[in-house]
Design a protein around this ligand. Sequence first.
Ligand code: HEM
Length: 213
Amino acid sequence: MTEVELIDQLRGLLFAGHETTAVSLAWTLYWLHREPSTLERVLAEIDALGPHPDPNEYTSLPYLEAACLEGLRIHPPVIDVGRVPRSPFELARYTIPAGEGICPSPLLLHHREDIYPEPSRFRPSRFLDRKFSPFEYIPFGGGGRRCLGAAFAIAEMKIVLGTLLAGHRFRLASDTPVAYVRRSITMGPRGSIPMIYGGKRAVPPAAGQPRSS
Ligand code: HEM
């Protein structure tokens, strides 16, 4: 790589990694608090780790991961992933000529009723019930240019959410649904998602030990 290419790559890492992950964290927190049964399940998983787990342990929690994946399904931050076919490409009843710009849409794909029943509902368990192929789930794009930070982003989300939810209580400041809108090149909540801090959560006892008062 030339120096210019290297600088572009580093700038890309910061630009591609910050807004996308911040927005995805905000949506997942929002949905967990709109669907309290999902929050309870995440908390049960977190509490089973016992008091003061190493933050890396949050990355092994399947339901917490499923909640992150479901947040990214329902509100993908990137909704158009650009591609240019090198040769004519058959798609359903269309032939896309070589050189034409096309944009597979994570948003449209993630809301297909035949793949995701009740697509507007936040149901993390769909990611435990089955695996979705790279042609069904594309918040990080796909193929040779898939997001370089995908694994890092999911790990980061689990550690941040696990740390916040293990030790603190929150509630949504309003029952009004938050709109999903374009924010520069990504999509995200209109404005912000105000939440009210409800204080510290009691640290759960270690597995098998009685909870102190
Ligand atoms: C939830 C968070 C994130 C989402 C939804 C996301 C989504 C995407 C998408 C859709 C692409 C285009 C991929 C394609 O063309 O198929 C992309 C590319 C990229 N992302 Fe992410 N991203 C996230 C987090 C991150 C993080 C944390 C980093 C770095 C630490 C990162 C670095 C990159 C880079 C460098 C590319 C360009 C890859 C290339 O063109 O070869 N992303 N991302």
